[in-house]
Ligand binder design. Structure first.
Ligand code: SAM
Length: 404
């Protein structure tokens, strides 16, 4: 591989913003890709993937490069040089790479790779937490899986097409996909491609949604004509899936704290030709109280640490703080207690997170089922999805039924 100056400059600038200014990697990548309209698909791929790779391996590369935060521009160049050397790329004779200690880089890599927190490139506290929650063996396997590049998975919009038809149309655009019958609405890309640029996406024939996330709505077991409340709907990945399963019939109430997320959901709903969603912002307890005992199905896709989706959001490794996880667990307990009240007797409740920590998952359920209101529910089943077992995101989902 030959390095091109303007592409590498784009990577360096983005990394400075992500590491020093706390910008989000996905936003910086999107910004970087707008820098030069003459870049072809390969150039764009290089910029996006290199930024993500270096964000993912930040701790390891920083240790090897022997630089400290906040990084100078020079330090970012040294980190970049480490990435290039470990990739086997011959460094060009640019001034930034003068005196790069190629042998020392390789030696330090071998040495640091013996220690998990460096090898897998994560903060000390996160490594300790993972071991404490999952045990040494599972945490080690899980971390390795979470450091792989995520696959691109589509959820076919069954309101508008079928998996077979969409697969053939994608093939016409040279985008090859395959099925996995564990995920009946999914098409998995054989190679990464920017599917958002295709006319098929603009026509609303699919959404991008990880395979593990696609397991949540089937567990909720919705039927056309029901009243379903999606309490933490966000930008609506699962709301749209619910609508498809309900064949646009019945009522979905999509709630969230934030209007900005709901705006995105409205755009997506229009593109998907989803017509049965009503929107509510949770700006007071009244919004919930009015719906007590009214829903056939309630989904709580709870806010969480996101420790199941590090492969998709590698910068979370550097942004997450232990205090945030403690806070979010309190929110999880509150939403379980408050939103479960909207389920009618005989109705079903699903609690889901994209975390792999038992303290955000089954332990929250055990706690809920012991609360005064939780005792009205029966545990039906749950699924703990680990990335190293599924090959997709880590997730948790639990089905409960209101029996009294
Ligand atoms: C895991 S995300 C939801 C993802 C979304 N369901 C999807 O499938 O695309 C969690 C959402 O919960 C929202 N949230 C956080 N605290 C909340 C609360 N107390 N009540 C309702 N929603 C909340 C966040 O704004 C965020 O959109």
């Amino acid at each position: 591989m030959r390095l091109h100056r303007n592409l590498v400059f784009a990577v360096i600038d983005s990394l400075l913003n992500i590491f020093n200014e706390g910008e989000y990697a996905d936003k910086e990548v999107a910004k970087a890709l707008k820098r030069d309209t003459r870049w072809g698909a390969k150039d764009r791929k290089f910029v996006a993937e290199t930024i993500y790779e270096i964000v993912r391996w930040k701790r390891l590369y920083t240790e090897i490069a022997e630089v400290k935060e906040p990084f100078t521009r020079d330090a970012i160049w040294r980190i970049f040089a480490v990435w290039a050397v470990l990739r086997g790329i011959t460094l060009p004779d640019w001034k930034y790479f003068e005196n790069t200690p190629v042998r020392r880089i390789k030696g330090r890599f071998d040495e640091l790779s013996k220690i998990r927190k460096y090898r897998e490139s994560i903060p000390d506290w996160m490594d300790e937490l993972g071991v404490q929650e999952l045990g040494e063996e599972i945490w080690t396997k899980e971390l390795t899986a979470q450091n792989q590049q995520a696959q691109v998975v589509l959820r076919v919009n069954t309101l508008k097409t079928t998996r077979q038809k969409l697969r053939a149309q994608l093939m016409d655009l040279d985008i090859e996909t395959y099925f996995d019958d564990n995920y009946p609405d999914a098409l998995i890309l054989k190679e990464r491609a920017n599917v958002f640029m295709t006319p098929l996406f603009k026509e609303g024939l699919f959404e991008v949604q990880d395979a593990s996330s696609q397991k949540v709505v089937p567990l909720l077991d919705v039927k056309p004509g029901m009243r379903v409340i999606d309490t933490c709907a966000g930008a609506g990945g699962k709301t749209l899936h619910i609508a498809a399963k309900m064949e646009n019939k019945g009522q979905i109430i999509a709630m969230d704290l934030y209007e900005s997320k709901q705006k995105q959901l409205k755009i997506r709903a229009k593109r998907n030709e989803v017509f049965n969603v009503e929107y509510r912002i949770i700006d007071s307890t009244k919004v919930i109280k009015k719906l007590h005992d009214k829903a056939d199905r309630v989904l709580i896709d709870a806010p969480c640490s996101g420790l199941g989706v590090l492969k998709r959001n590698p910068d979370s490794k550097w942004k997450l703080q232990p205090e945030f996880i403690d806070e979010i667990k309190k929110t999880q307990r509150e939403v379980l207690e408050n939103y479960s009240k909207m389920v009618k007797v005989g109705g079903k409740l699903v609690y889901a997170t994209c975390s792999i920590l038992p303290s955000e998952n089954e332990k929250q359920i055990n706690h809920f089922l012991k609360t005064d209101f939780g005792q009205n529910f029966k545990f039906v089943k749950d699924e703990k999805v680990l990335a190293h077992q599924s090959g997709f995101d880590g997730f948790y989902m639990c089905l409960m039924e209101r029996v009294k």
